[in-house]
Design a protein around this ligand. Structure first.
Ligand SMILES: O=C(NCCCOCn1ccc2cnccc21)c1cc(-c2ccc(F)cc2)cc(O)c1O
Ligand SMILES: [Mg+2]
Length: 214
């Protein structure tokens, strides 16, 4: 039942996770996707790398590119200091609708602003829309061919400060070769690869952490 994979994930969360308990919602998504049907959440292994980066950065302003069902959105939001804000962009209306409900079940919707639209159109509007200046952390997890153009767009929109951390999912699988070449060869970034596995599978993947040097 449930017309789409995100809907089936939402139904499983609503039936099994404890309302208001983000960790139980995260665990519910992981057990569904590990045992019933795969889905492109960052997952528990790479999720621990994401958690460690969020705790190290202690960001006031976070941007996420690619919400999907809100799994990584929850992992980030549950670790944010009070007053911090997470802006997440999703292209697909249906995914966004499901993510809103999953975030609501986890009790995390107050720290999160979910916008529906193309990153290329939304990124230039963010400073004015949220009266903000620079992001402290950007989690990149949308179209793999958009990683590089959107990083350049963030630079052009003056949304990166010296010290801003970019964390990119899937740099090995499906891969983001042009992005990797850019952040690893540009003098404006200090880049480091965190080897891991593709969500729920014994397939190599990894995340690239790149610090903008200004
Ligand atoms: O494709 C993936 N993610 C992207 C979704 C669309 O994002 C589109 N999108 C979301 C906001 C947004 C804003 N502007 C433009 C496009 C925008 C993705 C894919 C895989 C994967 C790995 C192996 C496979 F065999 C098959 C798939 C794994 C992942 O972890 C992923 O993240
Ligand atoms: Mg991903």
């Amino acid at each position: 039942s449930g017309k789409s994979r995100p809907m089936r994930i939402l139904q499983y969360v609503q039936n099994t996770a404890v309302q208001g308990d983000a960790n139980s919602v995260i665990s519910a998504v992981d057990s569904y996707c590990a045992n019933v049907e795969w889905a492109m959440n960052v997952g528990d292994k790479k999720g621990e790398i994401l958690d460690a980066v969020v705790l190290d950065v202690r960001p006031r302003w976070v941007l996420e590119l690619g919400t999907y069902c809100g799994y990584s959105t929850m992992r980030i939001a549950r670790l944010l200091p009070p007053g911090a804000r997470l802006i997440t962009l999703e292209m697909n209306h249906h995914y966004a609708q499901v993510a809103k409900q999953i975030l609501g079940h986890a009790g995390l919707d107050s720290q999160v602003d979910l916008l529906v639209g193309a990153s290329s159109a939304l990124i230039p509007q963010l400073k004015k829309k949220f009266d903000m200046d620079k992001f402290d952390l950007v989690f990149i997890d949308h179209w793999k061919t958009s990683y590089l153009p959107d990083t350049k767009l963030l630079e052009e929109c003056d949304l990166l400060a010296s010290g801003t951390v970019l964390l990119a999912d899937n740099v090995t699988c499906p891969g983001a070769p042009e992005y990797l070449h850019y952040v690893r060869n540009s003098p404006r970034y200090k880049s480091l690869y965190f080897p891991s596995q593709l969500e729920y599978l014994r397939v190599e993947d990894g995340m690239e952490k790149s610090v903008f040097l200004g």
